[in-house]
Design a protein around this ligand. Sequence first.
Ligand SMILES: [Zn+2]
Length: 352
Amino acid sequence: MKQLRNTVIRTGLEALSRSGVHHLLRPIFAGVGAVFMLHHVRPRRDTEFEPNAHLEVEPEFLRATLQHLRQLDVDLVTMDEVHARLSQRDFTRRFACFTFDDGYRDNRDFALPVMREFDAPLTVYVASDFAEGTGRLWWVALERVIAAASSIEVPIGGTVTRLDTSTPAARQAAFDRMHAWLRALPGEHDQQREISALCTRHGVDEAAIARELCLSWDELKPFAADPLVTIGAHTVSHCNLARQSEASASYEIATSRAQIEGALQRPVLHFCYPYGDRAAAGLREFAATKAAGFKTGVTTRPGMIYPESADHLTALQRVSLNGNYQDIRILPVLTSGIATAMWNGFRRIDAA
Ligand SMILES: [Zn+2]
């Protein structure tokens, strides 16, 4: 189903690109700027089973996006500058800001060199447990469990179900089913318990994943000192904040900031909600982030930045550079705002 959905979206984006309608609608939906959302930036790995491929783009696609924005004469700015322009209502020039979630090492090794070619700043949102090397990237663990097994037994809906994982198509189907099952479990402890049990059963070293993929505190120090780099906060444990108690959510927001500031000895003023969709961040979280003293908070709700975004500085929408749609023909559609506007039923702000 997920593959079908990707194909439908991709076909729609290509059709929009060919139609040229985005040229007509650009003045209405392009807004005053955009905050782009990325995760991994790295060369393509040639494996048939890549259920997390939407979370990675190739360096060449990042370069093409930056070239496209330069051609549009858009300012490439920091999150501080996004905040300043929105607060001062300075919309004389359009802007774009590049943000990277989770603190992956490839952001330093592959994204930063490309950003530097354009003198373009980037913000990297760090989950402090990932930097500590203790955090759990359960979606990667799940991918590795399925890649390692030829079949998997999981207690979906209370009954043990055997899922075939012997072919790439079966592995993708099993991933989609298990991903949905895990995200629907009552608490994140339940999710963690099931993932840990699967890892143990299938010989996956879950604890090593954060150390393998994420920048450590020692690596973050010189990275954060680069004039193009801003480090933001992404909670302590990369939890779904909306599913925490109010006290726990506030702790995750404030403590991630304190830990990053303590480790890097620089102010941390920008926040990013893990998962970041409606089910993970809402009005309570937007208020808590403001109360914790952050200047901005970014969601994964799709959308451009409009003048009225100034009233929702801790609920800013972003434009995903999705690894499933790495096609330079769709870039004009993305920057016209038409793709996200259609997604939102032509509503500009989604912050409630
Ligand atoms: Zn994240």
